[in-house]
Ligand binder design. Structure first.
Ligand SMILES: Nc1ncnc2c1ncn2[C@@H]1O[C@H](COP(=O)(O)OP(=O)(O)OP(=O)(O)O)[C@@H](O)[C@H]1O
Length: 666
């Protein structure tokens, strides 16, 4: 862009600004308290995916210097050098977030600007610092307490190279290191207090180290190659640079993706801070056209949280991802072949990530089931915890889309904003009461919830009692076995006062919004008071009963989450089934033809090469996702390859189709 153009655009932006109302700030003040006080947690329906925009202040090299041309004729000796910055982005509202991109266009009357609007949940303008971003994205969203309660929190920084992703993520990482242990201390104290049945009593010692254990890994993904940023490399290349071993990223037998990384236990803010600093110093950077110290890779910092009081609970996880900068072809063509390959691979992984986040956002909004193609790429495989629809852990993902403020980057900025904008969803809508369905907790009223809780607590308590008896029998000498009383059918007296746990008005839906640990905590608080005045009674009773109550509560809430998940999936399938089915010839039948995308669940495939029309049901959504992720050509050729092999080997074509579908979906 020439200086003359920049001056014209500056004037046009100024003119546009004059016609606008002043920018709208945030609705709520920043929270000063990190945690709610103890007591019943009334959590509003929260969004699973939060989208924010951020733009940074102009950098020195983006401020244009120009001579004041007007003064040239009148006083050529006093040619004045002026500086100006031509904004490509304006922040018109912080909450809901609205950015306007000023895009130059050429019309018959000359060059002018189009003002395009992009929407998000929050928007951070250049005047806002990292503390404000941290407070809005981490504190107000309850992210740390959620992770400490066994949930999965993830923050992704996305954007063009040089737009400020690393600046934001490092800011967040250091603040999380600062506050995580203080927050853990509060949560730990609360849990210990409820376990002992004594609320508001000061717990002796460092309760944080009694309750939580934190383990940290830091992984760098360079193209398709994952390396450990914490491990100290033992070999160096010709130029003396350390060589990091590639770490394979695979799904294990139980479906977990746990690359073999050095996992370091951290016990304090200082430990975590110095670990982050060391790892960041190892991250690969090199210059790009936009950023002299550009990160060439995706960096994933994962903090795993184990709750020692609930050893059978799943670990909480906080995943902080500084994504590699997205680069346009024009910006990357000066790179070496290796860098161009990496850049292509980075862009590919960002596309798959987009598909996954969109599917997740859609699923949360529609309260149903959508296939998420996370197996299609190493980056999304590493992010499986946030995309796993079978997981019972609550999860929340925040994506911060970064854009450069300068008009010369506005086209790329527009792409970034339109990449992230569709992730923004409305919180689940409150719906009218649905007819009662015993298998769907979302339809239960207070009485039905209470009835189910009673049934479930009795079932789990009985099962535990019988299991404990079997264990006792196993460990007893044959001669003494007869002394163990037979299976006990006596009436079960619940250790939890259900009326206290589920007071009038409380429904299964509200329990479903609690984190596992919060439900356990509520159960511990609902243990009936013990009669008798002995000084140590509450403590002793707490010790004796707490373990049994914790175990039972975990089982009950697990079962409730499971019922909710299967009910959601069922609803979704019913909606899909009620839609029109397609016949194969119109779709895959004409192989090599671009298929129309239709939102139907099933597809009938016929006219296969052996001439025998067979009808096999396929999951259309999975197939279409695979086609979007790998491209039509590759999709069709994979299908054909499997069918051809099967024909040659004389094996079942149905089986071949099923297998190709599996391969297409990773
Ligand atoms: N909000 C901000 N306030 C002040 N300076 C900023 C801000 N955001 C970014 N910067 C500065 O802008 C430059 C580029 O930022 P950064 O390295 O974070 O970009 P990036 O998006 O991570 O780039 P890449 O993808 O190339 O790694 C840095 O010098 C950084 O200090």
């Amino acid at each position: 862009m020439s200086t003359v153009h920049l001056q014209t655009f500056s004037k046009l932006v100024e003119e546009w600004k004059r016609q606008q109302a002043s920018p709208k700030g945030f609705n709520a003040p920043i929270a000063t308290e990190l945690l709610e006080s103890t007591g019943r947690i009334e959590r509003a329906a929260q969004k699973d995916v939060i989208v924010a925009f951020r733009t940074r202040p102009p950098l020195e090299n983006e401020v244009d210097q120009y001579s004041n041309e007007a003064s040239r004729d009148e006083a050529p000796d006093e040619l004045e050098v002026k500086t100006s910055f031509c904004a490509g982005i304006s922040n018109v509202s912080a909450e809901p977030g609205i950015f306007i991109a000023h895009v130059p266009v050429t019309k018959w009357s000359g060059v002018t600007l189009n003002h395009k609007t992009y929407n998000a949940d929050l928007a951070f303008g250049p005047e806002l610092d990292n503390e404000e971003v941290y407070q809005r994205m981490v504190v107000l969203t309850d992210l740390l307490p959620m992770v400490l309660s066994g949930g999965i929190g993830c923050i992704l920084a996305y954007g063009q190279t040089g737009s400020g992703k690393t600046f934001t993520m490092e800011g967040l990482e250091h603040r999380i290191a600062r506050d995580l242990f203080a927050t853990a201390k509060k949560v730990g104290r609360r849990l210990l207090a409820s376990e002992a049945g004594i609320v508001d009593v000061e717990i002796e010692g460092d309760s944080n180290s009694d309750v939580f254990e934190f383990n940290v890994t830091f992984l760098e993904l360079l193209g398709k190659k994952a390396v450990d940023l914490i491990e100290t490399p033992t070999t160096v290349d010709d130029q003396g640079n350390p060589i990091r071993k590639e770490v394979p990223v695979k799904e294990d037998k139980v479906g977990d993706i746990r690359p073999r990384l050095v996992s370091t236990e951290v016990k304090s803010s200082d430990d975590l801070e110095s670990l982050i600093n060391n790892a960041l110093a190892h991250r690969r950077t090199s210059p790009t056209l936009r950023n002299a110290a550009s990160s060439r890779s995706h960096a994933l910092l994962t903090i795993r949280v184990k709750n020692r009081l609930l050893p059978y609970a799943e670990e909480g996880k906080l995943i902080l991802v500084d994504l590699a900068g997205s680069e346009r072809y024009e910006d990357s063509k000066m790179h070496s072949k290796q860098r161009m390959d990496e850049s292509r691979e980075n862009n590919k992984s960002l596309m798959v990530l987009k598909d996954c986040v969109r599917a997740k956002a859609k699923m949360a909004q529609e309260d149903g089931f959508v296939h998420i193609p996370w197996r299609s790429n190493v980056l999304t495989m590493l992010l499986k915890p946030i995309f796993d629809v079978e997981s019972r852990q609550p999860s929340r993902t925040a994506i911060i889309a970064h854009v450069s403020p300068h008009i010369q980057d506005v086209v790329h900025s527009g792409n970034t904003l339109s990449y992230a904008s569709p992730f923004k969803t409305a919180p689940p809508k409150p719906r009218g009461p649905a007819p009662y369905d015993k298998a769907d907790p979302r339809t239960w009223n207070h009485e039905q919830t209470l009835e189910w809780l009673e049934e479930e607590f009795i079932k789990v308590t009985k099962a535990k009692r019988n299991h404990d008896r079997e264990e006792r029998v196993k460990g007893t000498k044959r001669s003494e076995k007869s002394q163990i009383p037979p299976e006990d059918d006596a009436v079960i007296i619940l250790a939890v006062d259900l009326d206290k746990l589920c007071p009038v008005g409380m429904t299964a839906m509200q329990f479903g919004r609690l984190y596992t640990m919060e439900f356990v905590e509520q159960c511990l608080l609902a243990i009936p008071a013990v009669e008798g005045p002995t000084k140590d009674a509450p403590k002793q009773r707490g010790r004796l009963e707490a373990d049994a109550v914790k175990y039972t509560a975990m089982k009950v809430i697990g079962r409730l989450f499971y019922l909710m998940l299967t009910a959601k999936t069922r609803t979704r399938n019913e909606i899909m089934k009620s839609r029109k089915k397609l016949v194969v010839d119109e779709t895959y039948g004409g192989r090599g033809v671009l298929l129309p995308y239709t939102d139907v669940q099933t597809l009938w495939i016929g006219d296969i090469p052996d001439g025998q029309p067979t009808f096999e049901q396929y999951n259309h959504i999975e197939m279409m996702d695979a086609r979007t992720a790998i491209g039509n050509e590759m999709w069709v050729s994979t299908m054909d390859k499997f069918l051809k092999n099967a024909e040659e080997e004389g094996t079942s074509l149905e089986y071949a189709k099923k297998n190709s579908n599996k391969e297409l979906n990773g």
